[in-house]
Design a protein around this ligand. Structure first.
Ligand code: AMP
Ligand code: MG
Length: 538
């Protein structure tokens, strides 16, 4: 087997053959054992024991050294064993593999039982800081929740999730993490555009890690089936393990309210971050909303190129554009309403405490967004009395009409020398447009830049530029960049995957040798499926 190219830092870590996992989730919560992987409806359970299907030829093709180091496991010294363990071919000491049961609202409609249809958790591990992580294999074969799916994942979508969760982490945005990426040696059939064109793709398994994979939909399934005992069990587990600062002893109605409030705040922060960097999740169903306020389940996501509130990369959402860029903040609230409905029994069916919390979302989000916009433009603080609302609204109106590349526009603004005139700066910003702005647009940009420079000068703050450079990434994982890593990986070359991983480790830094990943989307990518348009097929 070819050794992966990822270099591992010197770690004093547990050898893989000594790895031992814990099982808090399955020990504390109701579940079912020994029931096999036949697709079915499950009742009164939060998990089902299920064995991964051992793949024919597991092969490690990439891993995240800093995660291996954090988790204290030595992957480097035995890549073959790593491939066996992180594809489920070889059982791990202490592991009770399981699939989670959950439901969810998909595209606005209650979809009933969903669950981990192709994800199998192995168990938990404490990191070097004593934080607990669950390790989960995505694409390890059928589970009771696979419905019509096959339980597998293809290399294409696994590379996308592997890269994007790490890119997100390095952007400073809450997310699940990647640990390893393996090929399975199996052929998988996928009808990518749901038009009858079935293609064979390479199977792959991502081992991902998170403090918890519980979703809003994990609560909804119990509410839908009036499983009040399990609902309370799950809430108490989530609060005591993942929100320990909220509780000493038994959670009360007050605790549940504080928890919901904190989750609402975390969710609002998460979406404000997405909007800041132009990330479109594209499938914000309630089963894809983390109970920790993290980005979870990377499917047909994308990154804004031309600024457009209505943009979504999700082919199946083109009609309604429910999960378009501009809708994300209000969809998050819609999802919080669904969760509030689900956890109502914890409040003895009194809606008031939940409504109180929900009513905080819109003002909170507005403040977060104004702070975000202020940081993106280098203001010390958002101040309505100094005209900041008008100043920022005018810029965002300009973006809507001029549609520059969102990332490049803000990065060019961030990198501009302080003594540039508005005219010179407007000139430099031309490079951020796919279609050159007309005369009128140019004039309005010069006017805005003049007002903005005055506002920055009035702050007299030496940190303005540094603040902008920390808010406006130079490198984001545009779909065409991920696709280059996928194309090469599908041909057995993992060097692009590694190069892209490395570039995305420092998204706010200038990396002159990687300028090719920081420019406008190239023409070839405009028409290529997988660059502007994707589906959930994975
Ligand atoms: P997603 O929108 O990708 O998060 O998936 C929605 C639901 O479909 C979840 O319950 C997944 O486990 C399930 N699912 C997606 N792909 C597959 C597959 N290939 N096999 C089985 N279940 C799947
Ligand atoms: Mg999902």
């Amino acid at each position: 087997m070819k050794t992966p190219t990822t270099t591992d830092p010197a770690v004093a870590a547990t050898l893989l053959n000594k790895l031992r996992l814990n099982q808090t989730f399955t020990s504390a919560l109701d579940g079912e054992r020994g029931t096999g992987n036949m697709a079915r409806q499950v009742a009164n359970a939060m998990w089902s024991e299920v064995a991964p299907t051992p793949p024919r030829e597991p092969r490690l093709i990439a891993w995240v050294p800093e995660m291996a180091q954090l988790l204290g496991i030595d992957i480097a010294s035995d890549p073959e064993l790593a491939a066996s363990i992180f594809t489920g071919a070889q059982p791990v000491n202490g592991s009770l593999p399981y699939a989670m049961r959950y439901g969810g609202h998909q595209f606005g409609n209650w979809a009933g039982q969903l669950g981990d249809g192709r994800a199998i958790a192995l168990g938990e591990l404490q990191d070097t800081n004593k934080q607990t992580w669950t390790l989960q294999l995505k694409g390890a074969g059928p589970t009771p929740y696979s419905r019509q799916g096959d339980g597998y994942a293809v290399l294409r979508s696994s590379v996308r999730e592997y890269l994007c969760s790490e890119a997100m982490f390095h952007l400073g945005i809450p997310t699940t993490r990647s640990l390893t990426l393996c090929l399975t040696g199996e052929d998988i059939e996928r009808d990518v555009f749901y038009n009858g064109n079935v293609e064979t793709e390479q199977g792959a398994i991502l081992c991902r890690a998170a403090e918890s994979f519980v979703r809003f939909g994990s609560f909804e399934i119990h509410a839908a089936h009036r499983e009040d005992d399990q609902l309370k069990q799950l809430a108490d587990y989530v609060i005591t393990r993942h929100y320990p600062h909220l509780v000493s002893g038994k959670p009360s109605i007050d605790t549940y309210q504080q928890w919901f409030n904190e989750l609402l705040e975390r969710t609002a922060h998460l979406v404000a971050h997405w909007q800041r960097v132009g990330f479109v999740h594209a499938v914000m169903n309630t089963d894809n909303m983390s109970i920790l306020g993290q980005t979870i389940d990377y499917g047909p996501y994308g990154w804004l190129e031309e600024y457009d509130l209505r943009w979504t990369p999700n082919f199946v959402d083109l009609q309604g554009r429910r999960y378009s860029y501009g809708n994300q903040p209000r969809i998050a609230l819609w999802n919080l309403y669904r969760l509030a409905n689900a956890i109502l029994p914890l409040f003895d069916d009194n809606t008031e405490p939940l409504e109180d919390v929900l009513s905080r979302y819109e003002p909170l989000y507005e403040n977060l967004w104004n702070d975000t916009r202020a940081a993106k433009t280098g203001l010390k603080a958002y101040d309505v009395d100094r005209g900041d609302k008008t100043l920022l609204d005018d810029l965002w109106d300009f973006l809507e009409h001029g549609s520059p590349d969102y990332t490049l526009f803000f990065r060019t603004l961030s990198d501009a020398p302080a003594d540039d005139t508005p005219q010179a700066l407007a000139e430099a910003l031309q490079a951020a447009f796919y279609n050159a702005p007309d005369h009128e647009q140019k004039a309005s940009l010069v006017d805005w830049l003049g007002r903005w420079k005055k506002r920055i000068e009035a702050d007299g703050d030496q940190q303005a530029q540094a603040r902008m450079q920390c808010s406006n990434p130079k490198y984001v994982l545009r779909n065409y960049i991920a696709l280059q890593a996928i194309d090469a990986a599908e041909n057995g070359d993992f060097s692009v995957l590694e190069e892209v991983s490395n570039v995305m480790r420092k998204p706010y830094d200038d990396q002159p040798q990687h300028a090719n990943y920081a420019g406008l989307r190239p023409d070839w990518a405009t028409q290529r499926p997988g660059c502007t348009m994707l589906t959930c097929s994975s």
